[in-house]
Design a protein around this ligand. Structure first.
Ligand code: ZN
Length: 419
């Protein structure tokens, strides 16, 4: 939730975020030193000792748990890096970048607590420092809409959005585990550029398909790209660091912050609708066509790169694939498996002939089968997940396609002009 801080608190919070970054940088330097000498990772306890012995001043103005959570974040980042390396990702790098800014985390009951009047929450900045108090927010379960009392809230993060130039409070709340569904019922997902998600599920007497229309997200991306391009062009014509440059740059950041949150919302709404559809069909296994390599190959393969138009490449690199998968996993409680989706949008589900669909419709020149193009992709992925290979569908079962728009059509908010 967005929050407003008074002048003094605003400055104090900024200072604390800088201190948190210095602390992170200290831990990072200590661990790098340790690696050189010992060829192994230090324990968290050893790391705390380095801090107490060498830079006790860095803890000043931060709650002990805030300090501990910064250390835990760094240790987590290192163990993620190690497990990525172990699973064969040679591009994984250990944390190495120094930070200028870190959000502050406050643990429940210690870092933050409800004030005795039950009207405010107080964020602690450690012994001898004034707390920051904020009006008690109202928090509802994101799934059920039920109001959650503060006793059930977990830790909080105080974050500064640099682009929007606003403070916000991120509060973690427990959510009930979503129902898992029947593992024998498969939901097959085809992710795409025009329609961000299409899902196909076989029922006893039909193939049910849901197509989520991505016009909203496309409008945001188009708006963002054209506005940023114009500003970039203007920026290139002024002296870097000049008054006009700063004004234009701030404007660019405002547009980025606004479109970021609009895209985030579009991803949430898309996956919400898909998750509801999956749960209504009691599907317990989710399989998505694997498109994760498309972008990489496009960059590498020169012939393909030239073939893809400039716009196509831009759209590919702004595809929200990975994010959508993670959101869907959160909402359904199932993991999303991946299978190869080569030819899934071209193969005819009825007779297995390969066609080259034009536009949004699919028409088979061999058997006359017609259907929505994205539905064909999702149905083929479903068939491959069920049978191990593309297999003709049961022609006695009708294909029922439902179309939903992710969000209402995007109306660009006008950003005040400075000309
Ligand atoms: Zn056919």
């Amino acid at each position: 939730m967005p929050i407003r801080l008074s002048g003094a608190d605003y400055r104090r919070a900024h200072e604390a975020c800088h201190n948190a970054a210095s602390l992170w940088n200290f831990f990072l330097a200590s661990i790098q030193e340790y690696w050189k000498e010992n060829k192994t990772d230090p324990t968290e306890k050893e790391m705390r000792h380095f801090l107490y012995e060498q830079r006790p001043d860095l803890r000043d103005g931060l709650h002990a748990h805030t300090v501990q959570l910064i250390l835990s974040d760094l240790m987590d980042a290192i163990s993620t890096y190690r497990s990525n390396r172990d699973s064969g990702d040679n591009n994984a790098r250990a944390p190495h970048r120094e930070k200028n800014y870190r959000p502050l985390e406050f643990s429940a009951g210690f870092g933050w607590r409800v004030t005795p009047d039950r009207q405010h929450i107080a964020l602690s900045f450690g012994k001898g420092h004034k707390r920051i108090t904020l009006p008690l927010p109202e928090i509802a379960d994101p799934k059920t809409g039920e109001i959650l009392p503060p006793e059930r809230w977990g830790s909080m993060q105080l974050c500064w959005n640099h682009n929007a130039r606003k403070w916000s409070l991120h509060v973690s709340v427990p959510t009930p585990k979503p129902p898992q569904g029947n593992p024998n019922i498969i939901a097959a997902i085809d992710e795409g550029i025009i329609n961000p998600m299409t899902v196909a599920i076989e029922t006893e007497n039909s193939y049910d398909v849901l197509v989520i229309n991505g016009r909203h997200a496309r409008a945001i991306k188009h708006y963002r790209n054209t506005r940023i391009a114009t500003l970039q062009e203007k920026l290139s014509r002024c002296v870097k660091g000049s008054k006009r440059w700063h004004k234009l740059n701030a404007k660019r950041k405002r547009i980025e912050a606004m479109t970021d949150s609009a895209l985030h919302n579009a991803n949430h709404q898309t996956t919400r609708k898909v998750a509801d559809f999956i749960q209504a069909h009691d599907a317990g296994r989710i399989v998505a066509g694997d498109v994760r390599d498309i972008e990489k190959n496009t960059r590498k393969d020169e012939a393909k790169r030239i073939k893809n138009t400039k716009n196509q490449r831009r759209r590919l690199s702004q595809w929200s694939r990975g994010k959508q998968g993670t959101l869907l996993e959160h909402k359904t409680g199932s993991t999303v498996g991946h299978i190869n989706e080569a030819w899934s949008s071209k193969t005819c589900p009825a007779c297995q002939t390969r066609n080259h669909p034009n536009g949004r419709g699919y028409h088979c020149h061999n058997c006359g089968f017609t259907c929505n193009r994205d539905a064909v992709g999702a149905i083929n992925i479903l068939m491959r997940a069920q049978h191990g290979a593309y297999t003709p569908i049961d022609m006695d079962k009708p294909i029922r396609v439902k179309y939903l728009r992710a969000t209402p059509i995007f109306q660009p908010k006008t950003v005040p002009s400075m000309e």
